[in-house]
Design a protein around this ligand. Sequence first.
Ligand SMILES: [Zn+2]
Ligand SMILES: [Zn+2]
Length: 263
Amino acid sequence: MDRSRALAAHPVTLRLRGALRLAVDAILPPRCASCGETLAEPHGLCAQCWPNLAFISHPFCGVCGVPFEYEVGQRALCAGCIADPPEYTRARAAFIYDDASRPLILRFKHGDELHTAPTLGRLMARAGSTLLTDTDVIVPVPLHRTRLLARRYNQALELARVLGGALGDFSPPVVPDALIRKRRTPSQGHLSRAARARNVRGAFIIRADRRTSIAGKRVLLIDDVITTGATVRACARALLRAGAQTVDVLALARVECAPYIHF
Ligand SMILES: [Zn+2]
Ligand SMILES: [Zn+2]
């Protein structure tokens, strides 16, 4: 393996890079997490970007969190969750993945813009406050190690770390490596719903020496974007097989789909 790449992805190197970044951020003016515009306060979004984000609020499906057009009662579920109930208990996301939020997410995911993690994590904590208080342990969706080398950090873990401090002394612990992505799944970008489900089936396992951190616990699974939900469902299956009491899911954004509402 290329030594410099291995070193670049080493946890200590990453931590040093993060510390350096924080030091640089302390000197440079704070910037909008989405467009990079200079801000008066750190860790935020500018006045142009903020109102463009489609934050998710009630009403939404009680299980998968997909937003509904109109109020149908707290316990209403979408057609998808009725036809094929997910393994997780509840999934929530801060905002819709759309043209307005795409630049923000891509900057964070591929642009080495780790300093936006506190802003994004805070938005998630707000969307998932009920889930966070029902959580014993926080687990990020893992990247395959070759993808981690290429990308240098796991964006879900960076968000999990912020959420792991969201409740101060009452914050649940983060177990960064409980889940392993044992094979590199092809990019999900252009796959159909069924193909995505096949793609990730059996792709995740629990590390043998982390089973005690999971068994009997209420797990909060963290991901950046939920598209079809195939990835978080596969992770939830692995966690439940390892004895997790429940699995909730908290993401930064989710793809909006037009659900057919059942009463
Ligand atoms: Zn902006
Ligand atoms: Zn649903």
